[in-house]
Each structure stands twice: as C-alpha cells, then as structure tokens.
Design a protein around this ligand. Structure first.
Ligand SMILES: [Zn+2]
Length: 334
C-alpha cells in the first residue's frame, strides 16, 4: 500500500502532515495544492491510510483490516469524489449531486475506522451551486471527519472554501529526486531518466505520462528550433511561430511554446553566467545549450526573455505577432 515514505520529495508538507498525526491536532479540512502530477493525491491517500489505520505512529501498519481495504481503495470510511462528465461532450465537473452524496456519506458514523476521510480530487472543478453547498459542509463539518481537497488550480476555488481549509502546498519535486525515482523504480538508464526528468519539470506524475511527455517534447522542440533558427539567421522558424500566434485557436500551444522559450533563455543565461549544468531546467539539453550560449551576449538573452514575457502576459499580444517575434529575434542577434 501507498505510504507517506513512498511520496517523492515534499519534505516540508509531509512533515506538517506527520506532526498533525503525532500531536493529534488534525484539522477538519485540508487543501493540498500544487502543480499537476506532483503527488498531491498520492500524499492524500497515503495520509488517509495512517488516519484510518489507527494503530498509532506516523505510518500505516499495512496489515490490519483497515490497511488491507485502504490498499484497494475500498475502505467504507474512505469517500472519494472526482469530477465526471454527466453527458457526452459536456465538460467534467463536480456538481451538486456529488456534494450531496459526499455530505450524506460524511453524515454517518464511521463504519470500521475511528474517523471518515473524504478526498475530493480536482476540487477546483466544483461548479458554483456545488461550491456553495460544499461551503455549508465546511462551515459545520460532521464530527470525526477529515476532508482533503486536492487541486492544481487553487485560484479557481471559492476564497471562502480556501479560507476554511488548512492549505498544504506541494512545490515541484527537485530534478535529482525525479531522476532517481525513474532510475530506481522504473528501471530507466541515466540518460533517459535525465531527459524525462527535465521535461517533467518537477512532476513525477508527468514523468510517467507518456502522452503528456510527448507533447512537452514537441513543444520544447518547437521552442528550441525557434531559438536556433534565430541564432543561425534562419527566419523561417520566426515566421512559423508568428503565424501560429496569429491564429487565436492556437493560443494554448503558443503559450506553451513561449513558456518553453523563456525556460530555454533562462538556461542560456545560467550557462552564460556560471557555465555549469547543475542549475539547468533543461538539463538534458546542456550539451546543445552550452555552445549556443557562447553565440549571444547575456544582455541580448535577458532582453529576448523580457520580450517573451511581454508577449505571454499579453502586453505585446495585440501588436503584430510577426513584429513582436521579430523583435525577440533581433535582440537575440545583437
Ligand atoms: Zn493498519
């Protein structure tokens, strides 16, 4: 079964959770927040195992009836909720029916453990009526219950919900930990683990999601081709990206490419100033980035970075996209 010790990284938030168990001061509601795939839901399940096991200490025994049922996620005192699409082509959401079912399940006394634990995954997808109904549950929580909301988009939650939860923040997992996890647990070779960890950007869940990895790889490759095109004086990549920006439906893709360009420029600046691979985000590209960093000045890299930020933030979005991308290209060539 999943234990807190299986969670990669997150020393500080896990410490908070363990000390809540050890001190017996457990809040009624928690909000686990952090980027997608970082291990929030796994941490919620592992922590719920300890709460339901009830053998004492900050680890679930793994042997009792509670633990055996938890390992299969079929414990009657574990209530799981996540968004669903009620009809085809309707977006997934947590609706009022979900919240009523959750409230009803929490209103019963625990069946087998000492408490009930509810985990609400992607809680930011609660629609307004569901959010208002859930707020009532949070205001008057049933006794012997712990509610854990999980979200990668805290800003979409009602502030009144956030303020009634103890917020536990899960930051990105450090590169080395993700890399070691991929080598030890998934049997990857060092080079592959290095590349996958770099693309996953601190998210072990993303590192295991082939589809997401492929799309990130493609986005980064577009960004890198763009930057190399500029440095080689090849304007076709500049035109391609400018055209993509011009088509509003591609906005999401362009945002991703621009974000990737910013990270690559950031890495070029790191190499320019200290020449070491240690602090690179795109560590697997270090061998290609280093010679490129010598082709431009630090000032031009930073100016190009600023233009990329301005385009992403919308400050330059409404002027001619070709002009703004050309501006970035010009800065890089200086
Ligand atoms: Zn147990």
């Amino acid at each position: 079964m999943l234990q807190l010790t299986d969670i990669i990284g997150h020393t500080a938030p896990l410490k908070v959770l363990k000390s809540a168990i050890n001190s017996g001061e457990i809040a009624h509601a928690y909000l686990f927040t952090g980027q997608e795939g970082v291990g929030k839901r796994s941490a919620a399940l592992a922590w719920a195992s300890i709460l339901l096991c009830g053998k004492g200490g900050d680890i679930a025994c793994g042997k009792c009836g509670n633990c055996i049922k938890m390992a299969k996620e079929v414990h009657p005192d574990l209530i799981l909720a996540s968004p669903v699409a009620r009809e085809k082509k309707v977006k997934e959401e947590l609706d009022i029916t979900h919240i009523r079912e959750l409230t009803k399940a929490l209103s019963y006394r625990p069946y087998e453990a000492k408490i009930k634990v509810a985990i609400v995954d992607r809680a930011d997808m609660m629609n307004t009526p569901a959010g208002n109904a859930f707020l009532k549950t949070l205001e008057e929580p049933p006794p012997d219950t712990v509610i854990i909301l999980v979200t990668s988009n805290i800003r979409s939650l009602l502030p009144t919900i956030v303020s009634r939860c103890q917020v536990i923040r899960f930051g990105p997992v450090d590169h080395e930990s993700v890399k070691t996890f991929l080598m030890d647990m998934k049997g990857m070779g060092e080079n592959e683990a290095e590349a996958v960890a770099a693309l996953a950007k601190g998210s072990p869940g993303t590192a295991l999601n082939n589809e997401e990895l492929e799309s990130r790889k493609e986005v980064r490759s577009m960004a890198w081709r763009f930057l190399c095109g500029i440095l080689d004086g090849d304007t076709s990549e500049v035109f391609k990206l400018a055209q993509a920006i011009d088509r509003s439906k591609e906005r999401a893709l362009v945002d991703s490419v621009l974000a990737s360009i910013r990270l690559l420029l950031r890495d070029l600046a790191v190499l320019k100033t200290c020449g070491k691979y240690d602090n690179l985000i795109n560590m697997d590209l270090g061998g290609e980035l280093l010679p490129r960093s010598r082709e431009c000045s630090l000032r031009s890299i930073l100016r190009a970075h600023k233009i990329a930020v301005d385009i992403s933030s919308g400050r330059l979005w409404n002027i001619n996209p070709l002009l703004s991308m050309s501006l970035m290209a010009l800065e890089m060539r200086k």
